[in-house]
Write a protein that binds this ligand. Structure first.
Ligand SMILES: NC(=O)c1ccc[n+]([C@@H]2O[C@H](COP(=O)([O-])OP(=O)(O)OC[C@H]3O[C@@H](n4cnc5c(N)ncnc54)[C@H](O)[C@@H]3O)[C@@H](O)[C@H]2O)c1
Length: 270
């Protein structure tokens, strides 16, 4: 077995949403494996903070301000990264999340679900989350005939969880688009895979999982009760999956797959 199987020192990785909890953790892992890492997002303070953490650990990081919902913004970021760090070979699409208005709280009527909120969730997770970055960065990868695209889907895209209806449907579409692109670009040097996390505390879901005093909410308890490992995930527990999928040596024949990291949640029915 090659000792360089998980060595990314020839790679330039872009993590969109690297300003967030899971994207930030994955950016850190890619940098620790040797990749030069560009963090793309709208929050410069959090992006720069992550770059400092990467560099404190001996890695190379760069924050580039960009809006995943705008092709122009993504194209400007792509060109800036390629001129500063070199040819981009890894793209992690980690911008995404849910919106309260697109969630059915107990007793709410599905027939009254807001179309605007539904569209916003699809736009964020599917359009800005995967479609536009794959077009903009995919163009550069196709030109180089080399690349690994890793879309952050969700376990709720496989099993429709209660309440988060638009989010689950959008993430199901993310998994489907991942498989489509995998086939489309399989002979062009680009692998396209997804990672589906289970429940990982982050800003976007903390209120759902915990009470103000830090104890588990009722929903949090239900989730823990259904998770064979009886706990939530930690961001660093996605590191192995992202480094493996990023590595052309380790995952050269892996494309169109959805890797689930959920403490066993999706493996059990009761
Ligand atoms: N935390 C979980 O339990 C969990 C579970 C399954 C899937 N996910 C998915 O993982 C991904 C990361 O989520 P997270 O939990 O770290 O949430 P997060 O809110 O901490 O991170 C999401 C990041 O995306 C950024 N972002 C949002 N819109 C953007 C835009 N238009 N342009 C640029 N950046 C934008 C946000 O600013 C934020 O930094 C999301 O796709 C989410 O749906 C999370």
């Amino acid at each position: 077995m090659s000792s360089r199987l998980f060595d990314l020192s020839d790679d330039v990785a872009v993590v969109i949403g690297g300003t967030g909890a899971l994207g930030g953790g994955m950016a850190q892992a890619l940098a620790e494996a040797g990749a030069k890492v560009a963090i793309l997002g709208r929050n410069a303070e959090r992006g720069e903070e992550r770059v400092r953490a990467i560099e404190a650990a001996g890695g190379k990081g760069l924050f580039v301000s960009a809006d995943a919902m705008s092709c122009e913004s993504l194209a400007a970021a792509r060109d800036a990264i390629q001129s500063k760090l070199g040819t981009i070979s890894v793209l992690v699409n980690a911008a995404g999340g849910n919106k309260p208005d697109a969630t059915l709280i107990p007793g709410a009527d599905f027939c009254k679900l807001s179309r605007t909120a539904w569209n916003e969730v699809f736009d964020l997770n599917l359009v800005g989350g995967v479609l536009l970055p794959s077009q903009v960065f995919g163009e550069a990868m196709l030109a180089a005939e080399k690349g690994s695209i890793i879309n952050i889907a969700s376990m709720s895209g496989m099993i429709p969880l209660s309440r988060v209806v638009a989010y689950s449907a959008a993430k199901a579409a993310v998994i489907n688009l991942t498989m489509f692109l995998a086939r489309e670009w399989a002979t062009r040097g680009i692998r396209v895979n997804a990672i589906s996390p289970g429940f990982f505390p982050a800003d976007q879901n903390r209120k759902l999982l915990f009470n103000e005093d830090g104890s588990y909410s009722v929903r949090g308890q239900q989730i823990i009760g259904h998770t064979p490992m009886a706990r939530f995930g930690k961001a660093e527990e996605l590191s192995g999956a992202v480094v493996w999928l990023a590595s052309q040596r380790a995952a050269s024949f892996v494309t169109g797959q959805n890797i689930v990291v959920d403490g066993g949640f999706s493996a059990v029915t009761i």
